[in-house]
Unconditional design. Structure first.
Lengths: 355, 533
């Protein structure tokens, strides 16, 4: 398994730039999620790495080997040793499961069948499926076979292009776990494209957030969630409470009272970020300085619930509570904040982009 | 005759998401100049007869055109043609719609059997059908006779797409409508019919286009229309301007219908919105009407299938003792099969570049090339024959009355069938498979061998089979272009039946019917393929 290094990669289709200089390093044996809204260029990046398209400028290196953008022509896809798992599996319809998995293997191993059995086991599928046709498999099984097929020639890197987006919720969970386990067992370096933040945060060792053809932030999931680069990233990776505030001496005065602020920021107007799970509700005690809110509605999910609140000044915020004790819609509650807020410049929702 | 017609821009719907993804690489890799040049050459060949007519018209000048076109004879032909086309389209629409509803949505017993029997008349070429009728009832050489015979031959063209469309309708909509209190009749009028509109109009246009090109059946019934008049003129004056100008008027009629067809295709994709297989519909119970319904279907099948086959059998029996020349039949069958095989291979090969570009390099150019072949092929066989005769005499006398010219005519006439199936096959093999195979280390030739060809093979085979069967029963162009001494089943049948030797003609007709039967089975199994939707 090798690392992947992408340097200053650009690509445009016609007059439309799709990638505007992306730098990315994926350490060997880890899983990086490429996260971004649709149209941000993440699939294009994947195709450039795989060798299906050529970049306009910049380089792609697998390990120490420059495969695109180096001197001379790029290495063709078939010589890169990069496995590819497309959306919806992309299994060859005229071949059986075994034929699909063995496609990239030398003829001898294809006949032998031992390697194919091992791969089926790796992705958690029954051996009996080997003789089935792709159309006889469920969506989740197709994805697993596609992964087994990609892993078969022992590639130095595996690329997964939104592999779970076509699966329904329950199947997605299960397939995701199976794929993560298989990638782990194979010790594979993997890049997973997704627009699902929960998938990115839960599966990846590091998350690369892409926006408008640029890499906005590259870090581990926890850091990404807790200290996003800007408010756009913050709202993209999870639910957020964003409030106007006035910073003074390490604290923010905002609609939720005075909240401590993380990190060094100058005094003055700012926008602060809180996560809904930081908000606590209690019965109003008629104490002074208490922040009161009216419950606008409750979305109950079982394990937890989202409470829509309207503050005294009309600001709408949401809180996430565990499902045990929930206020009724229309009730009046007191709101307190746990932990600290993250401050961003007041001027813009979108902070200056740094690639 | 063209069973498989053109798919327009809306005929193939790909998920937009995937399309936008594969397009960049598709454009870069797959539009090689060689493929493009080949597709252009094919389109140019297809447009040759049309171009000839246009050139001839311009050459003749307005005064010449006026003299030849604006005369009572042309008006008479126009009236004959229009009233026959209108009558036939109405008859076919009524028969096709009623039969499709009965088979797909009612409780009539034996629905699968009826389906096959209602498609089966396609196995009997229209000119064989009219031979079968007129040889029994010589009094059929009237408007009513022609209307009866061609309607019986052509109603499956409406029935097939409608049956497929009924199957594609989501029964949930009908259930919903019934839940809202609508009667069966109201459900049909207000829910089903609006969704079937495109299939019904498409099938009707197909009938009209076929009828404009029909020569053999109408000549046999002595019903004068443009095709028969062109043929008579051609026989009388060889290649006089009269025949060519009649051809010009006929081509204009065809083009008008074709444009309507192309516009209609743009509106496709509204009948079936839901994904996945719909639940099977609960059939409407016919109760007391079951008996009369069965009777009606039996009469229809009897007229469309039993009468022609019975007539053939009768003439076979009558002619068996005296007229059957076994060795001539064998030679003719051999010649026909050989011609058909070569034409099938050639036409399918010619369809490959166009079909490939239409899918893998979507854009104005490939649409234009695809459309050109369809438009070129909408020209009736009699016009293609006339144009190729004249062109080969003038430009390439050494090619006049040779097999290559005949093969070119077959290719021009039947290209759409091959393109439709090749195109569908290429769609089954998206560029994604190519990419994945490359990422697994397969070289370009290996990808062609292990992925593209296996995926395209069924489509290419089906296209070739369709062309093969069309050539086996092709009459008009063959009559004009076959080299002296070369007879096919259709022309041998034609000369025998024209001489009123019905018994001698019967064996040739029978072989044609037997050879066409497999294609009919194919069509009845998969009604979505080959025919319009």
């Amino acid at each position: 398994m090798s690392s992947l290094t992408v340097t200053a990669l650009t690509k445009g289709f016609g007059a439309t730039p799709v990638l505007r200089g992306v730098d990315l390093h994926v350490p060997a044996g880890t899983l990086t999620a490429l996260l971004g809204p649709s149209g941000c260029g993440k699939t294009t990046l994947l195709r450039l790495v795989a060798g299906f398209d050529d970049p306009d400028s910049g380089t792609v290196a697998v390990g120490d080997r420059v495969v695109a953008g180096g001197p001379g022509r790029g290495v063709p896809a078939r010589r890169r040793g990069i496995g590819f798992v497309p959306q919806e599996g992309g299994l060859f319809p005229h071949l059986t499961v075994a034929g699909n998995i063995g496609f990239g293997l030398p003829r001898q191993q294809r006949r032998d069948g031992g390697r194919i059995r091992a791969l089926l086991e790796l992705v958690g599928l029954d051996e009996a499926l080997a003789t089935r046709s792709p159309h006889q498999l469920s969506g989740g099984q197709q994805q697993r076979v596609a992964l087994a097929r990609a892993l078969a020639p022992a590639p130095s890197l595996v690329l997964l292009d939104e592999p779970f987006s076509s699966l329904d919720a329950a199947l997605r969970e299960e397939t995701r776990a199976a794929v993560a386990a298989a990638l782990d067992a194979a010790g594979a370096t993997a890049v997973l494209v997704t627009h699902d933040q929960a998938e990115a945060l839960s599966m990846a060792d590091q998350v690369a957030v892409l926006r408008d053809g640029r890499l906005v932030q590259l870090t581990d999931p926890q850091t990404l969630y807790r200290t996003p680069q800007d408010l756009d990233v913050a709202t993209f990776v999870g639910e957020a409470v964003v409030l106007d505030a006035d910073l003074h001496a390490g604290a923010a005065r905002c609609a939720l009272g005075t909240v401590p602020v993380d990190g060094p920021r100058g005094d003055g107007p700012a926008r602060v970020l809180l996560r809904p799970e930081q908000l606590r509700l209690s019965a109003p005690a008629a104490a002074s300085g208490e922040v009161l809110a009216r419950v606008g509605g409750v979305d109950f999910f079982g394990h937890d619930a989202r409470i829509r609140l309207t503050l005294a000044d009309g600001t709408a915020v949401t809180a996430r509570l565990d499902g045990a004790e929930l206020p009724a819609a229309g009730a009046s509650v007191a709101v307190t904040v746990r932990g600290s807020a993250l401050a961003f410049p007041a001027s813009a929702g979108t902070a200056a982009l740094s690639a | 005759m063209t069973i498989a017609a053109a798919p327009g821009p809306g005929a193939s719907v790909e998920p937009a998401d995937r399309g936008s993804r594969t397009r960049p690489s598709g454009r870069r890799l797959r539009r090689s100049p060689v493929t493009l040049a080949l597709a252009i050459a094919v389109a140019a060949l297809a447009l040759l007869p049309l171009g000839y007519i246009a050139w001839y018209t311009v050459d003749l000048g307005w005064a010449g055109v006026r003299d030849l076109v604006l005369r009572p004879r042309v008006g008479e032909l126009l009236w004959n043609t229009v009233r026959l086309v209108t009558g036939t389209v109405v008859c076919c629409a009524v028969l096709g719609l009623g039969a499709a509803w009965l088979v797909e949505r009612s409780s009539v017993p034996g629905r699968r059997v009826w389906h096959v029997l209602l498609v089966a008349p396609l196995a009997v070429p229209a000119f064989v059908n009219s031979y079968a009728w007129i040889s029994l009832l010589p009094g059929l050489d009237t408007y009513a006779g022609a209307l009866l015979v061609v309607s019986l031959s052509y109603f499956p063209f409406v029935y097939l797409p409608l049956a497929a469309a009924f199957r594609g309708l989501d029964p949930a909509l009908e259930d919903t409508a019934r839940g809202l209190g609508l009667s069966t009749w109201a459900v049909f009028l207000r829910v089903q019919l609006p969704q079937l509109r495109v299939a019904l109009l498409g099938g009707s246009l197909l009938v009209a286009l076929h009828l404009l090109a029909e020569f053999g059946a109408l000549q046999m019934l002595r019903y004068p229309t443009f095709t028969t008049a062109i043929y008579d003129q051609y026989r009388a004056t060889f290649n006089g301007p009269g025949a060519t100008m009649l051809a010009g008027v006929l081509v204009l009629l065809c083009l008008a219908l074709l444009l309507a067809e192309i516009r209609l295709r743009g509106q496709r994709g509204y009948a079936r919105a839901a994904r996945g297989a719909p639940r099977p519909a609960r059939p409407v119970s016919l109760r007391r009407l079951t008996g009369p319904t069965l009777g009606g279907l039996a009469v229809l099948v009897g007229l469309a299938l039993v009468v022609p086959l019975g007539s053939l059998g009768y003439w076979m029996a009558r002619g068996a003792g005296t007229a059957l020349d076994g060795s001539a039949l064998l030679t003719t069958t051999g010649t026909t099969l050989g011609l058909a095989a070569v034409a099938a291979v050639l036409t399918t090969a010619m369809a490959l570049p166009t079909g490939w570009l239409a899918v893998r390099a979507r854009g104005r150019t490939s649409t234009l090339l695809e459309r050109s072949t369809y438009i070129g092929s909408s020209v009736p066989g009699i016009v293609v024959g006339l144009a190729l005769v004249t062109l080969s005499i003038r430009a390439t006398p050494w090619l006049y009355q040779t097999v290559p010219v005949l093969l070119a005519a077959y290719a021009i006439l039947f290209l759409p069938r091959a393109i439709v199936t090749v195109r569908a096959a290429v769609e089954q093999s998206p560029a994604l498979y190519d990419d994945v195979a490359a990422s697994l280390g397969a070289s370009a030739p290996a990808r062609l061998r292990r992925i593209t060809l296996p995926l395209l093979a069924p489509g290419i085979g089906a296209g070739a089979a369709l062309v093969f069967l069309a050539v086996v029963t092709e009459l008009t162009a063959t009559l004009l272009l076959a080299p002296t001494g070369t007879t096919t089943l259709a022309t041998a049948f034609w000369s025998a039946s024209s001489a009123l030797e019905y018994g001698a003609a019967a064996p040739y007709a029978l072989v044609m019917v037997l050879l066409s039967a497999p294609a009919t089975v194919l069509l009845s199994r998969d009604a979505r393929r080959g025919l319009t939707p």
